[in-house]
Design a protein around this ligand. Structure first.
Ligand SMILES: [Zn+2]
Length: 362
């Protein structure tokens, strides 16, 4: 039985409404895992994509982790096999980007670093990676203007794919630095696919001034965090939750002030953490590891960022004060230029400081 956030979180509660109203920062959200169910149905009909169902509820189990699913990585990754077929025209890709930005703005996210894997968007129709990245960048800029949100982009490559794809991905990321691409990410299957062969690509990106974030210590042990810090010179870690098993690595993370992008529901649904009460986010927080809370793949996990904050409070024992700190921390470790980052932090401090709710859950 896969965990559902609504098992713990009541979306009609005062707490949920309070958290929804807070200004938020999202640092770890994959575009490919952020497609609305209704959009999938419409795109499938329009482009005659053959599916087991054309009804949103009938399609849901194929693209979302439901209560009937087994909580493991194979089941989770199987959802992407279906989703990947939908990137069948530039219009669809642009629509998915636009709606993803709209959904984030509606959740009161003020600043988002949205990541996407150019090769995943290009593969279905053999599009040129450079063109695909251009479509995403242009659409993000348009969607920002239409919604109250600032968005930058992180380009991802997969560790289980070839170095050649990685090299091409770095090239297109560097070419779009003036168009909103601020960082490079290493994602994909962790077991059996070490990060090290990609090290020179990440060091090159770092030399060019890009931010670095590496998925590590999610499906494998804490040593991958050390590898990401020492060999890939990462600024942030995607997940990192298994670091709690290794005190030397916790020490290293604290010394280097490497922030973790923690995604609680994702970790439980993919079997990284056995059950909610075992999630180490609170331990990491009180060990002074700089953590942030994020969604990962909101459409697949059936969540919003508000849900994840509510889960942190109701299910994982965080206080409202902790949530405020985490929001400010997310702004502090964002890949914004210094002046913009400073403005964002000051704006958040002003808003959170005057929040009428501050103090209730202290
Ligand atoms: Zn991720």
């Amino acid at each position: 039985m896969a965990f559902q956030v609504t098992d713990v979180v009541d979306r009609k509660s005062d707490l949920w409404r309070t958290l929804h109203a807070l200004p938020k920062i999202e640092l770890h959200r994959h575009l490919e895992g952020s497609i609305r169910l209704e959009t999938l149905v419409e795109v499938a009909q329009e482009h005659e994509i053959s599916l087991p169902s054309y009804d949103p509820e009938g399609l849901r189990p194929y693209v979302q982790m439901t209560a009937q699913d087994s909580p493991d990585v194979i089941t989770f990754l199987s959802k992407f096999d279906v989703l990947r077929r939908f990137f069948c025209s530039p219009q669809v890709i642009k629509r998915v980007v636009r709606e993803c930005v709209e959904d984030a703005a509606a959740d009161q996210i003020r600043y988002m670093e949205l990541r996407f894997t150019p090769n995943a968007l290009a593969k279905a129709k053999g599009y040129d990676l450079m063109e695909v990245v251009g479509w995403v960048c242009d659409t993000v800029r348009e969607a920002e203007k239409a919604n109250s949100i600032r968005v930058n982009l992180i380009v991802s490559m997969n560790r289980h794919e070839s170095l050649e794809i990685g090299e091409k991905t770095l090239e297109v990321a560097l070419a779009h630095r003036e168009h909103g691409v601020v960082a490079l990410d290493l994602a994909g299957k962790e077991p059996g696919f070490p990060a090290r062969p990609f090290g020179h690509l990440f060091r090159e990106a770092k030399r060019a001034g890009m931010g670095i974030t590496i998925h590590a210590s999610e499906w494998e042990g804490p040593e991958n965090v050390r590898d990401a810090i020492e060999n890939l010179r990462t600024d942030r870690i995607g997940h990192g939750v298994r670091s709690v098993e290794h005190s030397e690595i916790i020490k290293l993370v604290r010394e280097k002030q490497v922030a973790f992008e923690v995604c609680p529901t994702s970790n439980i649904q993919t079997g990284v953490v056995g059950y909610l009460g075992h999630h180490p986010v609170l331990d990491l927080h009180y060990l002074d590891v700089p953590i942030t809370i994020n969604t990962d793949d909101p459409a697949i996990h059936g969540i919003s960022l508000t849900d994840e904050y509510a889960l942190a409070v109701q299910g994982l024992g965080m206080s409202m004060h902790d949530i405020h700190r985490i929001i400010i921390r997310a702004a502090e470790v964002s890949f914004l230029p210094d002046d913009e980052r400073g403005q964002l932090i000051n704006g958040l401090k002003r808003e959170l400081g005057t929040s009428q709710y501050r103090g209730i859950w202290h």
